[in-house]
Design a protein around this ligand. Structure first.
Ligand code: CTP
Length: 400
């Protein structure tokens, strides 16, 4: 997804340096070319060798140090950057940049770049709230530098308050959003279904599943970030509704979801069905609470419409349809069967029994299989990142 993009990361000193190992490794998974520049004090927390191994590029520490086997000077590093991230950014490096002080490799390179610069501060609360630091940040914003605000939490010094480096996923999202600013889904209309459905038995009980809606909501948010007009049809979930979408249709039952899909399908360019739709509902809905008796009771269930299959039968040839396959066994075989049975363009298969994947997890591990049988495996990654990977794949397919 970030193939061909060069990201230069300036790491300045602070306990949060260790988090940057994860950032570098995730950017590599997204195929970015990553170069790390460390200040001397950053090397007190994590060794340059760690970043060198993770980024697969030499790490630069100081301008006056000999850079083995490496002929790129700081200016060419500054030029090659598609994006420059300074993280964690100390009060010191922020102060240097705003005052034009260039006295080491990081401050020199960041000042020589024309790429967008994102700064993620991390420091003690009082330092961060200090009017001098705040004034520096305001000035840099005015110069066009972007900031990822630190978070509230327990800091290394034991204080509670603002100053913790933003979490890794927020940093990655901010990078991908900045780099994908050409809005590849501009004017595309995308229908996304997400979450579980609830199938009521009586006024107090229902059947449902563990779907959290996280995957569908992440795709909805990412698609809107990329310029798409998103309609999100959602079952009951406990996560906030993405703020940037065009239309939000809350539903409870599979039947309600089907009605909403039918009403909105014809206008769409792309449909992504992440929802975990109940295949059955209680045949009889009791208007009054079912009272218990001593013996067992039998519940008769009746089939709900397979909404995705219906879409596969009624879609127009220009529409690109994506299904998910939640499997516990014979994962690939079952996924391929669904791809053909439901006549979809792409099926995203996941083994919901594996660790770090499935319904309630913040991460997922999937394989994308298209109509021609082409498979693309992805390592475990946060759903918010996977959303961009999936959309990137779809964008390439529809622009062929
Ligand atoms: N789906 C749907 N309507 C249903 C059931 C499923 O639209 N009544 C969609 C889901 O949104 C998903 C895909 O079909 O995109 C596969 O759903 P999944 O639950 O994995 O499979 P099922 O088709 O229900 O088959 P099974 O339960 O037998 O695995």
């Amino acid at each position: 997804m970030l193939k061909g993009k060069t990201i230069v990361i300036g790491v300045s000193g602070g306990i949060a340096v260790y988090k940057m190992c994860d950032v570098v490794s995730r950017l590599k998974k997204l195929n970015a070319n990553v170069h790390v520049i460390m200040t001397k004090s950053a090397t007190e927390f994590v060794s340059p060798l760690t970043f060198q191994s993770l980024s697969m590029n030499p790490v630069v520490v100081d301008m006056f140090e000999k850079i083995q086997k490496w002929d790129i000077e700081h200016i060419s590093l500054a030029k090659s950057a598609d994006l420059f991230l300074v993280s964690p950014a100390t009060a010191n490096i922020i102060g240097k940049i705003v005052n034009g002080i260039a006295d080491d490799m990081l401050s020199t390179t960041v000042m020589a770049t024309k790429a967008p610069v994102i700064i993620a501060p991390a420091m003690n609360t009082n330092m961060y709230n200090n009017p001098i630091v705040q004034n520096n940040i305001t000035k840099l914003k005015e110069f066009g530098y972007n900031f990822i605000d630190p978070e509230q939490g327990r800091l290394a010094c034991g204080d509670l308050g603002i100053g913790k480096l933003a979490n890794v996923t927020t940093i990655i999202e901010s990078i991908t959003n900045t780099l994908i600013n050409n809005k590849p889904l501009d004017e595309k209309k995308i229908l996304i279904t997400a979450g579980p459905t609830r199938e009521p038995l009586d006024p107090v009980r229902f059947m449902t599943n563990y779907s959290s809606g996280k995957m569908g909501y992440a795709i909805a948010e990412a698609a809107a970030m990329q310029g798409a007009e998103v309609t999100l049809i959602s079952g009951p979930v406990n996560i906030p509704k993405p703020s940037n979408i065009k239309k939000y249709i809350p539903i409870k039952t599979a039947t309600e979801m089907f009605e909403a899909v039918k009403e909105n399908l014809s206008q769409q360019d792309i449909v992504i069905k992440t929802a975990a739709v109940a295949d059955y509902r209680p045949k009889i809905y009791e208007n009054q609470k079912i009272k218990k008796s001593d013996g067992d009771i039998n519940l008769t269930l009746t089939r709900n419409t397979d909404i995705l299959k219906w879409i596969g039968m009624h879609k127009n040839p220009q529409q690109y349809i994506v299904g998910f396959a939640a499997e516990t066994n014979d994962v690939m075989e079952n996924g391929i069967k669904k791809l053909h049975n439901k006549n979809v363009d792409l099926i995203i298969v996941n083994d919901i029994t594996s660790v770090n994947a499935g319904f309630e997890s913040d991460t997922n591990c999937v394989t994308l299989i298209d109509k021609n049988g082409l498979k693309q495996n992805h390592a475990v990654m946060p759903k918010k990142e996977l959303a961009y990977v999936i959309l990137d794949y779809i964008t390439k397919q529809i622009s062929k």
